[in-house]
Design a protein around this ligand. Structure first.
Ligand code: PGA
Length: 252
């Protein structure tokens, strides 16, 4: 049985002061999530990681939104995996569509980051998903397949099942135009079949696949009751502590 996973993605939102306030108000939620066998957490801006982790400790997952694949060096403005580890961070989003679109991140670059995170014992949340244009041309599956195969290149069977995949159609992110549960399930089940082809059914049955894109408290349940959707990556609705709580309570 795969454990459900609910992850917030704050993107470039919240000051440290606002983040601490959120963490104090969300702290108790971890117990409810655990009682109901749900893993729950937030991925937050670098500057908020240490203060939020200090408050939440192990009650909720605290993850980064990106990282560099090298341990150290002359890369102005970047954050390395040892820096994340040093403050107790063990989760990191990789290849979010906003990073791919605005910062030119390719699946090859994501692959290096996935390998580096896994070598350091961190859990990557690898994002994939197509643009509206690709969707309208009916090329979603070919596009996503390439993202998955390239992203998982040279990753061992043992490591592969530790990765969390998030399918987020770009046309549904922050637009309120969420993919129907049928579309989301069709692509998540297709992604699982690619993982099966790459690693066999032991890994494909174990790996967690999330849907993301305009997930809200009022629609989360319809996604999470699909066979191949194990959770959600949530942007906007994870910013307000009340709607963040409702994401969990509406799921139960
Ligand atoms: P959204 O963002 O929930 O605001 O659509 C999802 C994401 O980008 O991860």
């Amino acid at each position: 049985m795969r454990r459900k996973l609910l992850l917030g993605n704050w993107k470039m939102n919240k000051t440290v002061t606002e983040a601490k306030e959120f963490a104090l108000n969300a702290k108790e939620l971890g117990k409810l999530a655990r009682q109901n066998k749900v893993d729950m957490g937030v991925c937050v801006p670098y500057i908020c990681l240490a203060p939020v982790k200090k408050i939440l400790k192990t009650s909720l997952i605290v993850g980064a939104e990106n990282c560099h694949e090298l341990d150290h060096g002359a890369y102005t403005g970047e954050i390395s995996i040892p820096m994340l580890k040093d403050i107790g961070i063990s989760w990191c989003i990789i290849g979010h569509s906003e990073r791919r679109t605005y910062y030119g991140e390719t699946s090859e670059a994501c692959n290096k980051k996935l390998i580096a995170l896994l070598n350091n014992g961190l859990i990557p949340v690898y994002c994939c998903g197509e643009s509206l244009e690709t969707y309208e041309k009916g090329e979603t599956k070919a596009f996503v397949e390439e993202q998955i195969r390239t992203g998982f290149k040279d990753i061992s069977e043992e490591d592969a099942s530790k990765v969390v995949i998030a399918y987020e159609p770009i046309w549904s992110i922050g637009t309120g135009k969420n993919a129907s549960k049928e579309i989301a399930e069709d692509i998540c089940s297709f992604i699982r079949s690619i993982i099966k082809d790459l690693y066999g059914s032991k890994v494909s049955n174990r790996i967690r696949i999330l849907y993301g894109g305009s997930v809200k408290p009022n629609n989360i349940k319809e996604y999470l009751t699909q066979k191949d959707i194990d959770g959600a990556l949530v942007g906007g609705a994870s910013l307000d502590v009340n709607s963040y709580k409702e994401l969990l309570t509406n799921l139960l």
